[in-house]
Design a binder for this molecule. Structure first.
Ligand code: M6R
Length: 602
């Protein structure tokens, strides 16, 4: 959470550039923001509560500035306020921070004994004071930063300017992402690549404990022993288009409408040369006898779909865990066990920790990740990239879709190598994959606003489904909670009568998902049970199953396709219903309250 950016070079428009980069990083947190810059060798700080627009109004963009840094915050320690927002300044040190310092309370106590006084509730101000204290002793900021790693616990990416070196930016990271970008006009540091794409596509991924020293016309990277190191310069191949709305009212809507392309980009390379692509382009998974899937939020829901698909098509037992639980559970390592980590950002703290714990226990790891070069992608034994492109809206849509598509491919691969799917069946499924983008477009072209009108004033909504339709219900429910702020619960359809059905009253909306023909009649019975208690039924099913169901108050019919691919079509109406509902409620759809896209804290 939080985004940081810094610049030093010849471009005098630094203030405007910093603000533009912060706007791109705003998806990482947006409850307050601030910048620090150097003018006449003096560090100046401007901060404001709320979104970047609020900060922007306080800045005089006519000032010529060639060195500065900025921060957009997702509050962890202390409420969103000007005093708690970054940059923080203590003594000679000005600093912005993305991450969490876990031992800040003991450090704070110690620093108070040395006379430091604190204005904010943040962990960041404590580190700022610590650096200032060490700097006053050593008078060498690089040396201080190389020692810092032994003194602070937690995650961080810091950008630092010292009063004594107003022509230098220092930066250091541990477990929070940081890149260094090289442009013709100077150097940027940032929490991620889109933030710098208006200026350059050349960047260097900074690893844990590396220290950056940026001057106007040179940059240096050191390891923790302060030895200079050379690092590979990467070129970002994608386009800046991901960070513009392209005529859509919201990033979320744009991203949903990219889903047909996402399926082409993610799935087609694995089928383009027939079965050999599916086998050659995936790691060899034959030896694994059981699989754990570990993830958070929507990625966890994608994992639940992966479980059903892998169990049904490859007959391999799969256990799905929420990463924040997995990291503290007792692990039973065995060489036939594979842990699959799923993460759009590749930086989610709990998923990253789970990956590291699996590795410490000698368990093989496979990451399904969207962001190339992210921590999870770099640290996993194997990685499969989904090709969703940059996702800006905080609520994931296209990346989630690509995650479930990747699980379809994994299930297919495992089913084939375990001789459970034959060549004819593979060919049939490949043909259906080729049809998917067209079918997605059909689903996208439907109008879901009538359903939104029906539910947008509701306080409680239930989603129900059985088997693979249950995680679809969970994802639909999360989308609605996340962006439309409507309380909703997803239930395994057969479970309602064990307690929750007592909440069903006249007109309580139930969004019932029934796409799996094996449990169809069972789900229908459950729908009838709630209908009998007065519920308003919004019923989502497939064209082949849409038979005599005249008790549904509203129907959503998606085209029928192989059960391996059906969830890809089923989730899209639920994403659009959430979008339309949030729009009717006037919610801030791309940046829902209290959230951030990349959850880099535990
Ligand atoms: O980047 P990740 O896929 O690891 O993120 C996991 C969750 O934080 C994420 O899916 C979250 O639940 C989304 N905001 C839901 O739309």
């Amino acid at each position: 959470m939080c985004g940081i950016v810094g610049y030093i070079g010849k471009d005098k428009n630094t203030l405007r550039n910093l603000i533009n980069s912060l706007k791109i990083l705003e998806y990482r947190g947006y409850d307050s923001a601030g910048i620090a810059y150097v003018k006449n060798k003096t560090v100046k700080i401007i901060k404001e509560k709320g979104k970047i627009e609020a900060l922007e109004k306080k800045i005089n963009f006519n000032e010529d500035v060639t060195i500065g840094m900025g921060h957009t915050r997702w509050a962890t320690h202390g409420e969103p306020s000007i005093v708690n927002s970054h940059p923080h300044k203590v003594g000679k040190i000005t600093l912005v921070h993305n991450g969490i310092i876990e031992n800040y309370e003991e450090l704070k106590k110690l620093l108070k004994e040395f006379g430091y006084k604190f204005k904010s509730d943040t962990d960041t101000e404590v580190v700022c004071a610590l650096i200032d204290k060490l700097y006053n002793e050593k008078k060498d900021l690089k040396k201080v930063l190389s020692k810092l790693v032994n003194l602070i616990k937690g995650s961080y990416a810091f950008s630092i300017i010292s009063d004594d070196e107003p022509d230098t930016i220092y930066a250091i990271r541990k477990d929070s992402p940081l890149i260094l970008a090289l442009s013709n006009n100077g150097y940027y540091i940032a929490s991620d690549v889109p933030a710098i794409l208006n200026h350059t596509n050349k960047y260097i991924l900074i690893d844990n404990d590396e220290i950056i020293e940026l001057k106007k016309d040179n940059y240096f990277i050191y390891n923790s022993r302060l030895e200079p190191i050379q690092k590979k310069v990467s070129i970002f191949e994608g386009s800046i288009n991901s960070s513009i709305k392209d005529g859509y009212s919201h990033f979320m809507l744009k991203e949903i409408h990219e889903e047909d392309k996402v399926i082409k980009d993610t799935m087609f390379p694995y089928i383009e040369n027939g079965i050999s692509s599916l086998i050659d382009k995936m790691p060899d998974l034959k030896k694994y006898e059981n699989i754990d899937i570990v993830a958070c939020g929507s990625a966890y829901h994608a994992g639940l779909i992966g479980k059903t698909l892998i169990e049904d098509y490859a007959k391999i037992p799969v256990n799905v865990e929420i990463a924040s639980e997995y990291r503290y559970k007792t692990l039973f390592s065995n060489s036939k066990n594979l842990v699959i980590l799923v993460s759009q950002s590749g930086e989610t703290a709990d998923t990253l920790s789970s990956l590291r714990i699996a590795k410490e226990n000698n368990i093989d790891t496979l990451a399904i990740v969207n962001v190339v070069g992210s921590s999870i992608a770099r640290e996993a034994k194997e990685v499969l990239y989904i090709k969703a492109g940059y996702e800006i809206a905080v609520a994931t849509t296209k990346a989630y879709l690509a995650q479930i598509a990747m699980f379809s491919l994994i299930a297919l691969n495992l089913g084939y190598i375990n001789n459970l799917i034959n060549d004819n069946q593979i060919e049939d499924i490949f043909n259906q994959i080729y049809k998917l983008p067209k079918l997605i477009k059909e689903v996208l072209n439907e109008d879901y606003s009538k359903i939104a009108k029906k539910i947008y004033k509701e306080k409680d909504i239930f989603f129900i489904g059985r088997k693979i339709d249950y995680p679809i219900a969970m994802e639909g429910s999360l989308k609605l909670k996340e962006i439309a702020y409507i309380h909703s619960e997803a239930y395994a359809a057969g479970e309602l009568k064990h307690g929750t059905i007592s909440l069903i009253q006249k007109n309580t909306p139930i969004i019932a998902i029934a796409t799996d023909k094996n449990v169809f009649s069972k789900t229908i019975s459950n729908i009838k049970e709630v209908k009998a208690r007065g519920a308003y039924i919004i019923y989502l099913t497939t064209s082949n199953l849409n038979n005599e169901l005249n008790f549904a108050d509203t129907k959503i019919i998606v085209p029928q396709i192989s059960p391996l691919l059906q969830t890809i079509l089923a989730i899209i109406p639920l994403q659009l219903i959430a979008f339309e509902t949030a729009k009717l409620k006037g919610c801030d759809i791309d940046k829902p309250r209290n959230l951030a896209k990349s959850v880099t804290v535990e």
